[in-house]
Design a binder for this molecule. Structure first.
Ligand code: ADP
Ligand code: MG
Length: 470
């Protein structure tokens, strides 16, 4: 049993014991990364998954893993930010666990086209408009625009290459969507190389290769993603060559993505390599700092969450491996905001980054590590709050009644009472020599606001967490 089948079998066993929603939430984009020496290494897409899995699923996962593979002795979890929906290692859970009748999903993963062609559906998240253009991908984007406008004309084939998570799939899918937007009668087929390979295998099994070949005759735009996976697959390579020629001769657009340029694909036959090299070849690289920041800002706007600019700058500065990793960290920060009601701060984000870089974590070692309780003084609390809201401490403890100082001062009052258990008199004295009833009223106002103001709640939670008084 390969690791993908093993993982699916385990998840199917787990399913009756877990709500469907939880299966989708917590097992989406997970995968078995390796299975050797008795250790089943499970990849999780975000650090937030780790505690959840360890706490809730580790034991039953181990039980069912052993049912299918008795050599498994232990489970380990590993955070791999590269795991995402279009990662070949991950399982398409939605197709295995479809929604109940009442809320049936539109057939998400695939659409049937005339002539029996099945194309993986184009994802509406991807468009040429929401692709941030940086010096490192400008040419790829410009060429994609041209291809979308004039499919089958000048840039044929159109070959995009670059490392993981740099926007190749995004560009392919956007071109497909744009072509369809301009002319809905066009037949646009997007396929992964894995999917294409499966088609070839089925053709061989059913001894009906012609059926497979004929499928592609009517296609106007043919996109094949991650073509590096055809290397060492003789028959698939042969069929791809066939498909390529048929379409090319008919003037149909072919778009190919790969993690390396054609000549480095090590294909069995040079003819396919030279076909790939005969059109437009562009690469994508990691966008520069400014563009990374722009990508993060755009994402926040889409998700309608407000994250401090400084925090975004910190992420953009530190993550320079792939856009996918960049968004992975951001998503984690957003999850923190949404699940824990805590505004991301530079500190909490740096922890996310640190944790995501820590590779393997064994179950036996996973423990909550509560921060040692240290006594926080009113003065330290005020220091932190003024820093958090970027206003001078002298104003927080001062007499000014200006609005911008009012809120931070109330936050200090509220936390000094609820977390440091200080007396109203003491708090009032420290904060501009205020009367204890003034302090009490402010605290009550604060309590009410916290019920209705999510942003304020997130800010207060971030402060208590970082000061260590939560
Ligand atoms: P690849 O196929 O090269 O591995 P993807 O196209 O899947 O990478 O990109 C990974 C993620 O990063 C996707 O969510 C994609 O939308 C996003 N992304 C990549 N490049 C950009 C960009 N220039 N602007 C906006 N989003 C991007
Ligand atoms: Mg891709």
């Amino acid at each position: 049993m390969n690791t993908k089948d093993l993982w699916l079998a385990i998840i199917k066993d787990l399913a009756p014991e877990i709500k469907r929603g939880n299966i989708i939430t917590w097992f989406k984009n997970t995968a078995i990364l390796s299975n050797s020496d008795g250790i089943l290494n499970i990849g999780l897409p975000l650090p937030v998954f780790l505690d959840w899995h360890a706490k809730n699923y580790a034991n039953i996962t181990l039980k069912f893993a052993q049912k299918h593979d008795p050599t498994v002795k232990q489970i380990a979890y590993e955070i791999d930010l590269a795991l995402s929906a279009n990662d070949l290692r991950a399982i398409d859970l939605l197709s295995h666990f479809p929604e109940k009748e009442s809320r049936k999903l539109p057939k998400k993963a695939q659409v049937k086209l005339s002539g029996g062609i099945v194309s993986q559906m184009l994802n509406s998240r991807y468009s040429l408009d929401n692709f941030i253009v940086a010096p490192e991908n400008r040419l790829a984007h410009a060429a994609a625009m041209t291809v979308a406008k004039h499919p089958g004309e000048n840039y044929n084939p159109f070959f995009i290459y670059g490392g993981v998570g740099l926007g190749k799939t995004h560009l392919l899918q956007s071109v497909g969507r744009e072509v369809l937007r301009n002319d809905p009668s066009k037949i646009v087929v997007y396929t992964t190389t894995e999917n294409f390979t499966n088609g070839v295998m089925e053709g061989i099994k059913s001894r009906n290769m012609d059926k497979f070949r004929n499928k592609y005759r009517k296609v106007d735009v043919f996109m094949i993603d991650d073509v590096q996976f055809v290397a060492n697959k003789g028959t698939t390579e042969e069929e791809l060559f066939h498909t390529f020629n048929t379409l090319y001769e008919a003037g149909k657009q072919i778009i190919i993505s790969s993690d390396r340029p054609p000549q480095e694909l090590n294909l069995l036959s040079d003819r396919l390599t030279s076909r790939f090299e005969s059109g437009m070849i562009v690469d994508v690289k990691m966008p520069d700092y400014e563009s990374r920041l722009l990508i993060l800002q755009n994402k926040c706007q889409d998700a309608q969450v407000f994250i401090n600019e400084q925090v975004l700058e910190f992420i953009a500065y530190n993550i320079n491996t792939s856009v996918r990793a960049l968004l992975g960290v951001l998503n984690q920060a957003i999850a923190q905001y949404e699940l824990e009601n805590m505004s991301p701060t530079v500190k909490s984000v740096s922890e996310i980054i640190k944790r995501s870089k820590k590779e393997v974590k064994m179950i036996g070692f996973i423990k909550d590590d509560p921060k040692p309780h240290h006594a926080v003084t009113l003065d330290q609390l005020t220091d932190y709050v003024s820093e958090y809201f970027t206003i001078p401490k002298s104003e927080v403890v001062g007499e000014s009644r200006a609005r911008e100082y009012l809120l931070p001062r109330q936050v200090v009052m509220y936390l000094a009472k609820s977390k440091l258990q200080l007396s109203l008199v003491k708090i009032g004295k420290y904060l501009g020599d205020r009367n204890h009833t003034t302090v009490m009223n402010a605290i009550n106002r604060m309590k009410n606001q916290l019920k209705n103001n999510r942003q304020l709640l997130c800010d207060v939670n971030a402060i208590t967490r970082e000061v260590g008084i939560h």
